[in-house]
Design a binder for this molecule. Structure first.
Ligand SMILES: NC(=O)c1ccc[n+]([C@@H]2O[C@H](COP(=O)([O-])OP(=O)(O)OC[C@H]3O[C@@H](n4cnc5c(N)ncnc54)[C@H](OP(=O)(O)O)[C@@H]3O)[C@@H](O)[C@H]2O)c1
Length: 322
């Protein structure tokens, strides 16, 4: 089988395609023929050796896949050969086949193809859990989304609208903002063309109820300043590569709630409620992942480069059958 291999830490251009032996499932594992893998920003960081968890090279990158079970270990009874599943991990997904623990897999609902299943994973789950359980969005809330054309950001726009929020999308290009508008964002702000603080004040004279920030850097402070008294600022990640320094007087003066999003912090009952709601949104077609590009395995570098440069709109996929 073919796999993307990272031979040493570096930029996306360091990866290469190798022919490897099919992985044999160990105890508790299954072998999955991968149909599609999502390319996520952390994949770029793992390859660069800059992710919070370091994987020693050589390794097969890729953190999220959808495919079909083709072999199971003797002790596995939770899934069967032929089942269609999605899975996540730190590495391993950019290959035609993966051997993974059966316990971590989720069934793909009928009627959802591998592309939609792969694209709907981490980004939409992050956005939904964040909006529901951390930003605690309610109908009528004013929600500001930074990085609104990216994977998590565009998902937050779509899902925020579903939850009844009025969404202000902040991004760096007309193309990204037009994608956000297509999913219902009411206010569109290109942060490259002016003073974000002033533009947000004009768009939201009474202030926002919540900000979702997957970008960090110089955008965080003006976004935080756009909050009304008691507003919620949720930090999700630092795609800009810069961790902002926030003056705490801003937090004190308006009684702002500064919150961080991590999956492991979610209370189990809320986690399961959110997962069920999200699954329903996918299966009923109320929310469809935005897939802007699909690359064959041989073009994995181009896919990773697009994500590394912040140019991806919504989700970028690798098609492992192409
Ligand atoms: N906490 C969690 O559990 C969790 C889960 C998933 C993801 N994350 C994190 O969330 C962040 C966003 O993930 P994502 O999948 O939405 O990424 P993405 O699709 O690449 O989008 C990131 C956005 O960040 C902006 N950006 C600014 N400078 C950038 C740069 N130098 N390189 C890349 N992007 C830049 C871009 O928006 P502009 O239009 O403004 O340029 C881009 O659209 C990442 O840091 C990721 O690790 C955290």
């Amino acid at each position: 089988m073919r796999a993307v291999v990272c031979p040493a830490y570096g930029p996306p251009e360091i990866i290469r395609i190798e022919e490897r032996r099919s992985p044999a499932p160990g105890p508790g594992q299954v072998r999955v023929r991968v149909g599609a893998a999502a390319v996520n920003f952390p994949d770029v960081l793992v390859i660069a050796g800059e992710y919070q968890i370091k994987v020693p090279p050589p390794f097969v990158p890729g953190s999220e896949f959808a495919g079909t079970v083709v072999e199971i270990a003797d002790d596995v009874d939770s899934v069967a050969v032929g089942d269609r599943v999605t899975g996540t991990g730190i590495v391993g997904a950019f290959a035609e086949e993966v051997a993974v623990p059966a316990a971590g897999l989720a069934r793909i609902p009928d009627g959802v193809d591998d592309h939609r299943a792969a694209a709907f994973g981490v980004a939409y789950r992050t956005a939904y859990h964040c909006l529901r359980s951390v930003a605690r969005i309610r109908a009528g809330d004013q929600l500001v989304v930074l990085g609104a054309g990216g994977g998590v950001g565009l998902a937050a726009v779509q899902l925020g609208v579903q939850l009844g929020a009025e969404v202000t999308a902040v991004a760096s290009s007309a193309e990204k903002l037009s994608a956000a508008a297509a999913y219902g964002a009411s206010h569109l702000i290109d942060h490259t063309t002016g003073d974000l603080r002033g533009t947000l004040r004009e768009a939201l004279p009474e202030g926002a109820h919540a900000v979702v920030d997957p970008v960090g850097g110089r955008l965080s402070e003006p976004a935080l300043r756009s909050l009304r008294r008691g507003g919620r600022f949720v930090t999700v990640g630092f795609a800009s590569g810069v961790i902002p320094q926030i003056p705490l007087n801003l937090v004190l003066v308006k009684g702002i709630h500064l919150l961080g999003f991590q999956f492991q912090d979610l209370p189990p009952d809320e986690f399961h409620r959110n997962e069920d709601e999200l699954r329903k949104l996918l299966t009923t077609g109320q929310v469809n992942p935005h897939i802007s590009a699909v690359y064959p395995l041989t073009r994995a570098t181009a896919a990773l480069r697009k994500v590394a440069d912040g140019k991806a709109i919504g989700k970028i996929l690798l098609d492992l059958t192409a």
